[in-house]
Write a protein that binds this ligand. Sequence first.
Ligand SMILES: NC(=O)c1ccc[n+]([C@@H]2O[C@H](COP(=O)([O-])OP(=O)(O)OC[C@H]3O[C@@H](n4cnc5c(N)ncnc54)[C@H](OP(=O)(O)O)[C@@H]3O)[C@@H](O)[C@H]2O)c1
Length: 328
Amino acid sequence: MKYKALVTTEDNKTFNNSVQVKSLDFLPDNNTLIKVKYSSLNYKDALSASGNKGVTRSYPHTPGIDAAGIIEETSSKKYKKGDEVIVTGYDMGMNTFGGFGEFIKVPEEWIIKKPSNLSLSESMAFGTAGLTAGLCLRKLLQHGLKPDDGKVFVSGVTGGVGIISLMLFSKLGFEVTAITGKMNEKDFLIDLGANEVIDRNDLDVDLVSPLQKPIYSGGIDAVGGKILSNLICSTTQRAAIACCGMVGGLSLDTSIFPFILRGLSLFGIDSAESLLEVKEEVWKSFSSDWKLENIDQNIKNISLDELPTEIEKILKGKQIGRVRVVYD
Ligand SMILES: NC(=O)c1ccc[n+]([C@@H]2O[C@H](COP(=O)([O-])OP(=O)(O)OC[C@H]3O[C@@H](n4cnc5c(N)ncnc54)[C@H](OP(=O)(O)O)[C@@H]3O)[C@@H](O)[C@H]2O)c1
């Protein structure tokens, strides 16, 4: 059988993306074949599609760390043909061909059965970015963070992780400060639930002071670097931050004071390798207590052919919200 996939090829250190027709034996030898109905675009996919060897070691490759679809064939005892399933992370889209193809073949250990109150298309409106936001929120709630504790922040807020973090915090009744480089999106962010919107350039500076005005009881950080370094020092007593991204820089030049004088907790989140049962818990929350009725709005639906353009955009930090890949 033939199928269509985005294939990234390497030619003399140059990487090209094109949609190609492949036969199913192009796929790796794993025990479950899934017909992909939806995928979504994440920053990591753009790294894979542009030749980042820390993400993908060898090419040709089909990126796509997210997929939602229907099982076509499996030797699993847990799943059967026809099951609607979600696959995110682990090695998919990194060194195992991913969701930017009409079919994937993955080990059953990576698969989650779609919760009943969530559609396949909604699941890819969340995708890995949403799952990561959910994992951050889960960590903060486990820490004991509550809306009554005071303001929380979301950085990189117009991005995939940021936008869903904002929507989730708002749904749960938190007062949210949205931190963005796109102040022209202020009204949009307020519509989504932000109580205030501030310019990230004010925070993207060398550490202002080791102990700054205590403003935030918590937050979700998708950018790292100087912005996170300053936010760490702007927290209230017993605050908690979940960090997951590094678009603003890999290093932290911050202070130990907020940790030892204010009892700050800083949690790191890795969605790809999260335990399957933890991912299942978050997907279940997306279909129940954390259900976002407006998740389908502000999602850009694209075809496989449109992916290369969207990949360029996310690499330049110009993407707003989530991009969902829709197959026929
Ligand atoms: N740990 C994990 O498991 C995990 C999972 C998913 C993603 N991530 C990481 O989380 C980060 C965000 O992912 P995403 O999918 O949300 O990406 P995205 O859609 O590209 O969003 C990133 C956002 O960060 C802001 N930004 C861009 N360039 C920046 C810069 N130079 N300095 C500061 N902010 C900048 C922009 O928002 P504003 O213009 O609104 O500021 C941008 O929309 C990435 O680093 C990604 O690798 C980690």
